[in-house]
Design a protein around this ligand. Structure first.
Ligand SMILES: NC(=O)c1ccc[n+]([C@@H]2O[C@H](COP(=O)([O-])OP(=O)(O)OC[C@H]3O[C@@H](n4cnc5c(N)ncnc54)[C@H](O)[C@@H]3O)[C@@H](O)[C@H]2O)c1
Length: 504
């Protein structure tokens, strides 16, 4: 039952029968278990600030047990020894089971993370199935090379599973992040331990339950909810984990790389933060550009690594754009994410809510002009008004740091060169947008911006076959696409002498 005031209207309607939370324990070696310490932590519904469930809290001891299970499953279990096509069958079955539970899983991500239920149901959970099916299709097509050599050698390479993988994921896309990590690693024949974010553990545990039903052997997939400084750190510094795949903030990425270096030098891949620019040129259709820029910053309440948080508009259309973007932001519907009319739910956690509000205060004190928003919505739940700052200078904190909330930093540019310089004047390089009808501008700018993905006249245009990752301090390594498989594979070269070969 929801009863939320959003400032302009009051919702007092239950939009969905929220399912009970069924899985709250660690999933290790095919079983749901309490933590060794018996500790639990609370997961909170950001709509109401009420506790949804007590979750078993993994610490180092639990991670050790999970890694041991994954190690045994890798060293002597069936998963890496199974033909790829057999692994694929199990992954396909898992996708099918997810499809049969879409509503329940989508509701878990909504009560855990404040995400729009309609989006989770139509996009995120179906995307989990797409990801599983894509990598299931790749599982029997992983192969090395045979090399033409200059000597009497038969020389070839093998693509071997890297071994036991540790995955650490954030809270903004609990479902998609889980499968972007787990699916390629499973296809490669790895076993794994995954730590969901402490804010959003619920769907991961449900997925573990379905993995067991699908036939993923015990020990192959272990899920250990817990905190970063304990469970996360135990993964990144573990001597028996062969690789770590991380998505989260740049600050944590640095700690993970350091822990990997100081332990067993395991390879790491880091998908980190962003402060993505969108450049809107004079020839753009202003109404369409307004829609794109707003969706780019307000989608998922701005808690998106690729959010268009820096909006640069060419001076010829700037005034019209500013007027229209503010008018439209004021009509944006903030409220209960189960309500199909709502466009923006609550921020995921109190900590995130407080952080965003403090950046807004910074923006005001730095001298940026607050055009709209800037305040919490209602008096219960972590809702924040869509917020737009103008006259944002490149050296301001709100132009440089990732706010991860519904806060747009708007400014003007004169020329293409000016736009490129501004877009690149930031430590991040995850994504960028260009809005223009001019192909020459689009081509020049897309090649000039140092970022992992460029969206021309669109936003959030992902596809499972297209690799995604960062430049600069947005990290390295790629999720999605066949590229992601390489994070979970080792290349081994094998040489054998040949005698009297009729050719070389
Ligand atoms: N590049 C991408 O693909 C992508 C996608 C989504 C989110 N992100 C980024 O994630 C961030 C938001 O997520 P967040 O706040 O959960 O990030 P975070 O770095 O605080 O946490 C991410 C994960 O790391 C764990 N963690 C925290 N400290 C750790 C430590 N010392 N050792 C090991 N693990 C630790 C957390 O428990 C969580 O599971 C943003 O910066 C966002 O841009 C990036």
């Amino acid at each position: 039952m929801t009863n939320l005031s959003n400032g302009s209207s009051t919702y007092s309607q239950s939009f969905l029968q929220i399912p009970p939370v069924k899985f709250t324990k660690l999933f290790i070696n095919g079983k749901f278990l309490d933590s060794v310490s018996g500790k639990t932590f609370e997961t909170v519904d950001p709509r109401t600030e009420e506790v949804v469930a007590e979750i078993a809290e993994a610490t180092k001891e639990d991670v050790d047990i999970a890694v041991k299970a994954a190690r045994e499953a890798f060293d002597s279990g069936s998963w890496p020894r199974m033909p790829g096509a057999e692994r694929a069958k199990i992954m396909l079955k898992w996708a099918q089971l997810i499809e049969q539970n879409v509503e329940e899983i989508a509701a878990l991500d909504t009560i855990d993370g404040g995400k729009l239920f309609s989006w989770c149901k139509a996009v995120d959970v179906p995307e989990a199935c797409n990801i599983l099916r894509y990598y299931a299709g790749a599982a029997d097509k992983i192969h090395g090379n045979v090399f033409k050599t200059s000597r009497d050698l038969h020389l070839y390479s093998l693509m071997e599973p890297v071994g036991v993988v540790g995955h650490i994921i954030p809270w903004n896309f609990p479902t998609v992040m889980f499968f972007a990590k787990v699916a390629p690693a499973l296809a490669a024949g790895c076993t794994m331990v995954i730590k969901p974010a402490e804010q959003t553990p619920l769907s991961s545990l449900f997925y573990a339950h379905l993995a067991k039903l699908a036939g993923i052997p015990d020990g192959v997939l272990n899920v250990v909810p817990g905190f970063g400084s304990t469970a996360g750190a135990a993964i990144s510094s573990h001597m028996d984990i062969d690789a770590v795949s991380f998505t989260g903030s740049t600050e944590t990425g640095r700690k993970i790389m350091q822990a990997a270096a100081l332990s067993n030098l395991k390879p790491v891949s880091l998908e980190l933060g962003g402060k993505s620019p969108v450049l809107i040129f004079d020839d753009a259709d202003v109404d369409k550009a307004v829609d794109l820029a707003l969706f780019g910053i307000l989608h998922n309440k701005g808690e998106i690594c690729v959010a268009f948080s820096r909006v640069f508009v060419q001076e010829g259309i700037y005034d019209e754009f500013e007027k229209k973007v503010v008018e439209k932001a004021k009509t944006w519907v903030v409220g209960d994410p189960f309500d199909p009319k709502v466009q923006q739910g609550p921020q995921t956690s109190k900590a995130q809510f407080d952080k965003i509000l403090s950046y807004i205060e910074h923006g005001k004190s730095e001298g940026a002009t607050l055009l709209t928003g800037g305040k919490p919505v209602g008096n219960r739940g972590y809702y924040i008004e869509p917020t737009i700052f103008a006259n944002v200078k490149e050296d301001m904190l709100i132009a440089q740091e990732e706010i991860f909330g519904p806060v747009m930093a708007l400014s003007k540019f004169k020329t293409i060169e000016d736009a490129i310089k501004k877009a690149n004047s930031c430590k991040y390089g995850l994504a960028a947008g260009i809005v223009t009808k001019n192909l020459d501008i689009a081509n020049t700018v897309s090649r000039s911006i140092r970022a992992g993905i460029i969206w021309i006249n669109c936003f959030f245009a992902f596809d499972i076959d297209c690799p995604f990752g960062g430049y600069k301090m947005s990290g390295f390594g790629r999720d999605y696409g066949l590229e992601a498989l390489h994070k979970y594979l080792q290349v081994k070269s094998v040489a054998t002498p040949i005698y009297n070969s009729p050719w070389l």
